[in-house]
Design a protein around this ligand. Structure first.
Ligand SMILES: [Zn+2]
Length: 300
């Protein structure tokens, strides 16, 4: 076993193949990956390059390749299913992004069909369209979108999504940098009104790990993704509290692996190794890296 942080791509593939074999899983399911229209992806990369205020520090992108190369790389890691998370930072962008993700899912069968929304009058109708077309996962980014998840323009949207039982992956913690509406309170207010929402809290809610675990305790349909958490990169800034380790076991059925591929400043193997070195056992790893997401999304 080597430390994933220093592994190159070939070594990563070897480590990940060994990891899957040892666990006896058919693959890894990665609920948190980004595929988006090319011009949007390039803007995101330019933003990370400039170390903009939302990134807070140098963030070299490890997998800056063309889309088809990125797909090949991800499959090479043994990833059996993944997502294409998109999110608007302004009005009149979400419907267009949803067109793209629907088309991408059609030509990429191992990618979950995703969609997004923004508080705007048209949200109700384009979310309805996305659900009709078979969206299986929504993404909301509170920090980038700079809106309160309980914005009244979203009332019909949350109602529809709750009734449909479609999960919503929500970046709502105050990491890497706090926003006006980040943190547990706005999400707690939302859940009070829509308690059956299948929320997946990105990055384990970093840095408000405890508060988001508290919410998961109160609401059985709240889950968390591991994206970037426990890696050397996150542990250096927003370490997961040792006092909460025990709850990782308690939530073994509601934590799912995510990577943030391709926008990560370390190798993919390191993200998996960061979970393995927690020493929570093979059962825990099997659930987190495969079974929980397979059950949630009905993946064989
Ligand atoms: Zn992400």
């Amino acid at each position: 076993m080597t430390g994933g942080a220093v592994l190159g791509d070939n070594d990563d593939n070897t480590y990940l193949a060994d990891f899957r074999n040892r666990l006896g899983v058919p693959g890894i399911i990665d609920v948190h990956t980004h595929f988006m229209p090319d011009p949007v992806m390039r803007k995101v990369w330019a933003y990370f390059d400039s170390a903009g205020p939302l990134t807070a520090r140098t963030w070299p992108i490890a997998y800056r390749d063309d889309e088809q190369v990125r797909l090949k790389t991800l499959r090479g890691f043994g990833v059996r299913a993944f997502s294409s998370l998109v999110y608007p930072h302004k009005p009149e962008m979400a419907a267009w992004l949803n067109e793209w993700t629907a088309e991408f899912a059609e030509r990429t069968p191992d990618c979950l069909h995703t969609a997004t929304f923004y508080p705007e009058p048209s949200a109700e109708s384009y979310v309805e369209v996305a659900l009709e077309r078979g969206a299986r996962l929504f993404k909301v980014h509170i920090q980038v979108g700079r809106f309160h998840p309980g914005d009244s323009l979203l009332d019909p949207v949350w109602g529809m999504i709750q009734d449909a039982g479609v999960p919503v992956l929500i970046h709502c913690g105050s990491g890497p940098v706090a926003g006006e509406f980040t943190g547990p309170e706005p999400v707690a207010a939302l859940l009070q009104r829509f308690p059956r929402l299948q929320l997946i809290v990105a990055h384990m809610g970093a840095p408000e790990y405890t508060e988001f675990l508290d919410l998961a305790e109160r609401y059985p349909d709240v889950r968390l993704d591991t994206t970037m958490t426990f890696t050397d990169f996150f542990e250096a800034e927003d370490p997961f509290p040792a006092s909460e380790r025990g709850r990782l076991h308690a939530f073994a059925d509601r934590i799912m692996f995510g990577s943030d591929f391709p926008n990560i400043p370390y190798t993919y193997g390191h993200a998996v190794y960061a979970l393995e070195r927690l020493d929570l056992g093979d059962d825990w790893l099997r659930k987190v890296c495969y079974q929980n997401a397979a059950d949630l999304f009905g993946i064989e």
